[in-house]
Design a protein around this ligand. Structure first.
Ligand SMILES: [Ca+2]
Ligand SMILES: [Ca+2]
Ligand SMILES: [Ca+2]
Length: 230
């Protein structure tokens, strides 16, 4: 009988113990969930903080990039502006220099026509002396490039040396800049002097086609040309 009592008592304790374990287990489980939830919350906050930090860094990098670009563009603009100002100053200087040169030439009796100034001599010299005079003045004997320029030379009604010669190769007429004669304004039956006449002039000036070949040693007026525009 006593044994039964003990067995029942023991059974009661077992049930009670199990019940306590269940309760404890339940309490532990709730606490774990709370702890886990808290940890999860902390992790989320950390993640949010990291993302926020990265966004801030990205924003800062973007601002720095934009500032660098802005400063670079400003510097480039400054450089371009300086170049433009320098170019403008050069153009202004060149214009003023050209004005002074033109006024100076006009005062010395040079005549302007279609991009060049022309000097008509008042004395006579041979072809080489005439050319030397033009070169000394910073010009050369005229090179006739167009019908208009040809007509311009005839209006002075003088037999003038021009920058045309076949001294190098008989029959091959060249201008003083080395270019070959292409537009021909020879008077009829000219050139006719062969090896004796190797320099060109405006001998037949009453005619539109005034050019003639003459002996280079003969004396004539001369016409210099100084190009102003290219
Ligand atoms: Ca010319
Ligand atoms: Ca000749
Ligand atoms: Ca001739």
């Amino acid at each position: 009988m006593e044994m039964v009592y003990h067995e029942e008592d023991n059974s009661y304790e077992n049930v009670h113990y199990a019940s306590v374990r269940t309760v404890e287990s339940k309490i532990c489980s709730d606490e774990d969930r709370k702890v886990a939830a808290a940890e999860l919350g902390i992790k989320r906050y950390r993640l949010a903080a990291v993302i926020l930090g990265l966004l801030c860094m990205l924003q800062a990098a973007l601002i720095i990039f934009l500032l660098i670009s802005l400063f670079s563009e400003r510097d480039e603009f400054k450089r371009t502006n300086l170049d433009v100002e320098a170019g403008l100053k050069n153009l202004t200087d060149e214009r003023d220099d050209l004005k002074r040169k033109m006024n100076n030439l006009a005062q010395k009796g040079w005549e302007y026509f279609n991009g060049s100034f022309y000097y008509i001599s008042s004395t006579k010299k041979n072809w080489q002396e005439s050319r030397d005079d033009c070169l000394q003045k910073g010009a050369d004997l005229v090179i006739i490039n167009s019908k208009e320029e040809q007509n311009f030379t005839t209006k002075f009604k003088k037999s003038m040396w021009i920058g045309l010669t076949d001294s190098e190769t008989e029959g091959t007429w060249k201008w003083v800049d080395g270019t070959p004669l292409t537009k021909r304004y020879w008077h009829s039956e000219e050139p006719n002097g062969g090896e004796r006449e190797n320099c060109g002039n405006t001998y037949h000036y009453p005619s539109e086609n005034s050019l003639n070949d003459s002996p280079c040693y003969s004396s004539h007026y001369w016409i210099c040309e100084m190009k102003i525009s290219p």
